[in-house]
Design a protein around this ligand. Structure first.
Ligand SMILES: NC(=O)c1ccc[n+]([C@@H]2O[C@H](COP(=O)([O-])OP(=O)(O)OC[C@H]3O[C@@H](n4cnc5c(N)ncnc54)[C@H](O)[C@@H]3O)[C@@H](O)[C@H]2O)c1
Length: 247
């Protein structure tokens, strides 16, 4: 049997990049999926490509920072699929700047999407998971949760995501909810294309394999953490970074 047969998964930021790979992996493993993305057209296009019938995959336009939009999305998901078993908090942004040049807007925007957005989606899913006594949550942190020049705002949120993961894992056990996070590093997506070439070369050279990781390599790890194979794993932060760093 496939890993996620009969399961309903919500994947934020699923229109492209790592999120898109997670959507494809979960679909291949039998899940019914709701893609939530501020890029409504991208989410709907991917849903249509995978499942033209619209019975197994839906794409919903939603800015996760906006609670009424998130509430409406979860209502639409409940109406379509009946429940939520898995939440992957993947949507995230960078607004890099060296600290003395960082604007208040750059700071606030990153905290809004990576922090408030995760809170909004998780609380909506949590109510459902708690009531049904089953849930798997996987959050996307980063190697840069340990700090990176030009990313004080991003590192702040990604370190916070590790702390939220561990806190919710403690709360979730009694409701049969597993909460884990992955810490990807140097993954070949549009986000990395914003990094200057010389900096990217340096990052690649710091990996053990001297290459960028692929979004599907992250998706495989996320799928493991959301599966029954990881039923005794909770509050964990798993580096998916090709030896870029160790814990
Ligand atoms: N690429 C990497 O090397 C890397 C490394 C570590 C962690 N990550 C994390 O992985 C996750 C995915 O990164 P990626 O590289 O695929 O990024 P990406 O920029 O390629 O894709 C991000 C997706 O999130 C969506 N999104 C952005 N803001 C949103 C909002 N307010 N509401 C709903 N959707 C929104 C975008 O439309 C897009 O589809 C992020 O959380 C990122 O921090 C990436």
């Amino acid at each position: 049997m496939s890993k996620f047969e009969g399961r309903i998964a919500v994947i934020t930021g699923g229109a492209k990049g790592i999120g898109e790979s997670i959507v494809r992996k979960f679909y291949d493993e039998g899940a019914k999926i709701a893609i939530i993305d501020v890029d409504a057209a991208g989410a709907q296009q991917l849903a249509l490509e995978l499942d033209p019938s619209g019975n197994k995959v839906i794409g919903l336009g939603c800015n996760i920072v906006n609670r009424p939009e998130v509430k409406a999305a979860f209502e639409a998901i409940a109406a379509k699929f009946g429940t939520v078993d898995i939440l992957v908090n993947n949507a995230g942004i960078t607004r890099d700047a060296i600290f003395h040049k960082m604007t208040e807007k750059q700071w606030d925007d990153v905290i809004a999407v990576n922090g408030k957005g995760l809170f909004n989606c998780t609380q909506e899913a949590w109510m459902i998971m708690k009531a049904q006594k089953y849930g798997k949550i996987c959050n996307l942190s980063s190697t840069n949760a340990s700090g990176e020049a030009g990313q004080a705002n991003y590192a702040f949120t990604k370190a916070g995501i590790i702390a939220v993961t561990k806190s919710l894992a403690k709360e979730g056990g009694r409701h049969n909810i597993n909460v884990n996070c992955v810490r990807p590093g140097v993954i070949d997506t549009e986000m990395m294309r914003a990094v200057p070439e010389n900096v990217l070369e340096d990052l690649v050279n710091k990996t053990a394999f001297k290459r960028m990781g692929t979004p599907s390599e992250v998706a495989d790890t996320v799928a493991y953490l959301c599966s029954e194979e990881a039923s005794w794993v909770t509050g964990e932060e798993l580096l998916v970074a090709g030896g870029f760093m160790y814990r």
